[in-house]
Each structure stands twice: as C-alpha cells, then as structure tokens.
Design a protein around this ligand. Structure first.
Ligand code: FAD
Length: 407
C-alpha cells in the first residue's frame, strides 16, 4: 500500500474517549500517536453531554472508574496543567428511589463505600434542606455523594488533548477514516490478519501497528469492514433547559429514579433536565435526527418536572437540544481487544462515558501496552467485546426496577 503517514497508534475519533486514550498512552511512554477526527474535536456525543458526575453504579468497576474521574476533575488544574480547571462544579449528587428500590439503593451505597467512594444514605430531612423546592413525598430512600456534581465534557476533552499534545500526540481534524486496513488482504479492508493502518476519505493511508476505534456509535461501521461485529445503536436523548422562575441556589444534581428524570443546575440559573426512562428507546440514524426536543416529549417532561417541583409554578422552557447515546445491549461500554490483532475498541458508553473517561483512557493504554488492566478493581474482562456472543452481559447485582439499564 502507498503510505502517506505513520504512527505507532492511530486513534479514530476525537471525542472525550479518544482524547483520554491519547493522553493515557503518553503517560505509558507511547507518544507516536495520531488522533483522527472526521469533524472537529468534541463534535460527537461529547459536545452534547449533560456532564453529570457521580459514582452511583451497581457494577463495581464502573463505580471505581467514576471515582477516578472525581479525583481527576477535582484536581484537573494540577493534573492536566490547565489554568482554571475543566469546569467541574462540585455541587454534590443525590439519588432518590421509591419503596421497591430502597434495598437496592442501600446495597449499592454499601458496595461503593466499601471500595472507598465517598457516598452514604441521606434522610429526607437532609434532602429537604439540600433541595427545598422539591416534593420528596414519593421517595423512600436517598443516596448522597458530596463530591459528585457536574462538569464540562467538551472542555475536559480539549484539556486531555492539550496534555496529550504536550506528550507528542498529533491531532488531525477533518480526517474521516473510511476503513481499517489489515494484513493478509493486500491492505484492503476485510482481511483476517492484523490491523496495519487506516484509509481516509481522501484516499490517503496511514500505517499503524495499533488502531483504536473510539468513534462512538460510528465505530460499528468501521469494525464491520474488518468482520468485527460491534452491537451499537444510537439512542436519541432530549435535553431541556428550563428557567425555574425563582432563584435556585447551590442545589445538588438530583437523579430522580421515581420520575425517571435528572435535574441539575446551570451556572446561568437555569436547570438542565434530562431523561432516565429507557423503557422505549428512540433508535435513530446518528447522522440524521431532530436536533431539538419534540413537543410531546416537552409536555411529558414538564409534567414530570412539575410533579417533582410543585413550588416552581413559573417554569419556562428556555431551549432544548438532542444528542445520541451509543448504546450496547447491556448499556455498558465495550473497552476491548478484538478478534483482529492490533485493533482495539472503546465505544458503547451508553450515556455514562464522560465521568469514567480518565479511567477508560488508562484501561485502553493498559490493554495496548500490557495486554491487561493494571487496576485490580477494574478488570478488563468486565468490558470485553466477547461478552455479548457469550450471552454474559455486564449487569448490576442490585438493579433498580424502573431504571435497570442505566445502573
Ligand atoms: C445527551 C447526552 C447526555 C449525556 N450525559 C452524560 C452525563 O451526564 N454524564 C456522563 O458521564 N456521560 C454523559 N453522556 C455520555 C458521554 O457524553 C459520552 O459517553 C461520551 O461523550 C462519548 O465520548 P466518545 O469519545 O466515545 O464519543 P463521541 O464524543 O461521539 O466521539 C466520537 C468521535 O468520533 C468521530 N468519528 C466518527 N466517525 C469517524 C470516522 N470515520 N473517522 C474519524 N472520526 C470519526 C466523531 O465525529 C466524534 O467526534 C451523555 C451523552 C449525551 C449524548
């Protein structure tokens, strides 16, 4: 093949995962790394993220990964060398559940606390002080993480890449990868050998000993070209920004697992309202879907919001937008080697890829350099691609009745 450039590692996708992987590779001494982004950095799911940060996962490895995120976001100025952090607002994070989920909540909190995560149960009186405008009557139990909150995925993505560039990583935007090249195929796609590089839309080729697919839901098409099946679908999610009609100060993020809605403050004084009801997912083409909320959805979401916050009668919709989760069958990511030697994948983050991104980067760097995770509480096997073919999904030991997919 005619090669126009080369790198030790090519990363396809300049979202937060590709950026975190690039930075992590440099910290393991792998610096000849090229990130290829078809559009602009952070223009995929990353730029649409609600940015919520918490460690409330039943799957222990995910909770630990999110806890690594909390450390990173808290100390971003020193760790990433950015002047004023990455936009982390440590307002705390609350989860509220109904009676049927109280036991699962207690079990999840105990499991997280056992691995050193700063979380505990909270009583209704404490929650009423934290969120005075909320009607808490239909909640049976709460978990509270004082070190949770929300951040800025776009800003964090750029900070990871700035640190990666310091380590020698190169980034090309407007560089769309059209196929993965493998040996044993004369460089054509579809060979069964090992990954040897990628081809771009302009026909140019880049040789690489390792290719990491971090292209979100678009990873599936590229993997299919070399015979690797990634079970990924794009699930549209609609986000509302509402003006509460009254000053709302210093409230924590509220994950309402009764109303299946999450609410967090914005610096503007508005509230960001998202959906946690995944019982009827809206599967879409990630390149062609409505970019703002549907009127029926707004009506439904506003109804749920009004139920939770009856003391805010003057609520007005400021704006809305939509994005896509890259969803796997078990709503947990694929962070894995593949049947093609030298080809790795980090995709399928199913709506929680921001908070765990720093640990994703480290796990991929471990897999590329050492072939296994260096962290005993983050077993690489949890996120292996083969779990789907083995019918062994990664699931929480303590799922919630109404929100099983996401916890
Ligand atoms: C509405 C919404 C709310 C969310 N809220 C939260 C939250 O509160 N907390 C949380 O932790 N997570 C949240 N997430 C999830 C989180 O934002 C994502 O998991 C994360 O941003 C995914 O990052 P990524 O790098 O895998 O994918 P992306 O950001 O989608 O990046 C993939 C990149 O690959 C590029 N690409 C695609 N094809 C090619 C190609 N052929 N060649 C080159 N480049 C290519 C794309 O242009 C894109 O920039 C949310 C996501 C959405 C959509």
């Amino acid at each position: 093949m005619t090669v126009q450039a080369s790198a030790d590692v090519v990363i396809v996708g300049g979202g937060i995962e590709g950026a975190a992987i690039a930075w992590a590779l440099t910290r393991k001494g792998v610096c000849n790394v090229l990130v290829l982004e078809r559009a602009t950095i952070g223009s995929g799911g990353t730029g649409r993220s609600s940015g919520i940060i918490h460690c409330h996962y039943g799957v222990r490895s995910l909770a630990v990964m999110a806890w690594h995120g909390v450390q990173l976001f808290t100390h971003a100025t020193e760790i990433l060398g950015v002047a004023d952090g990455v936009g982390f607002e440590q307002v705390g994070h609350l989860v509220g559940v109904g009676p049927g989920d109280a036991a699962a909540l207690a079990a999840n909190v105990a499991a997280a606390a056992a691995v050193g995560i700063d979380t505990r149960l909270a009583d209704p009186a404490e929650v009423a002080e934290l969120w005075p405008t909320a009607d808490l009557a239909d909640f049976a139990a709460f978990a509270y993480e004082p070190r949770g909150g929300y951040g800025d995925a776009y800003r964090t993505c750029h900070a990871y890449l700035a640190a990666a560039r310091q380590g020698g990583v190169r980034v090309r935007q407007g560089a769309s990868v059209t196929r993965i090249l493998t040996s044993g195929s004369g460089g054509r796609a579809g060979g069964d050998g090992r990954a040897i590089g990628v081809e771009l839309a302009d026909g140019s080729r880049i040789a690489a000993g390792t290719v990491v697919l971090a292209a979100g839901v678009w990873s599936a098409g590229l993997a299919a070209g070399v015979g690797v099946d990634l079970p990924l679908r794009a699930q549209r999610e609609q986000i509302l920004l509402v003006a509460p009609g009254a000053p709302i100060k210093n409230v924590p993020v509220l994950s309402d697992l009764v109303g299946l809605q999450y609410v967090r403050p914005e610096r503007s004084g508005e509230l960001l309202v998202g959906n946690s009801d995944h019982s009827r997912p809206q599967w879409v083409d990630p390149d062609a879907y409505p970019g703002t909320a549907d009127p029926q959805y707004v009506e439904h979401a506003v109804g749920r919001f009004a139920h939770r916050f009856p003391g805010l009668p003057e609520v007005a919709l400021s704006s809305s937008y939509a994005g896509c989760y890259d969803v796997t069958p078990d709503y947990n990511p694929i962070i894995s080697a593949t049947p093609v030697d030298g080809l790795f994948v980090a995709a399928g983050f199913s709506g929680h890829g921001f908070k765990i991104s720093v640990a994703v980067g480290e796990l991929v760097a471990d897999l590329v350099v050492d072939g296994d995770s260096s962290h005993p509480l983050i077993p690489a096997a949890d996120f292996r691609l083969s779990r789907f073919a083995e019918n062994a999904p990664l699931v929480s030991p303590h799922p919630y009745a109404g929100a099983g997919q996401m916890r």
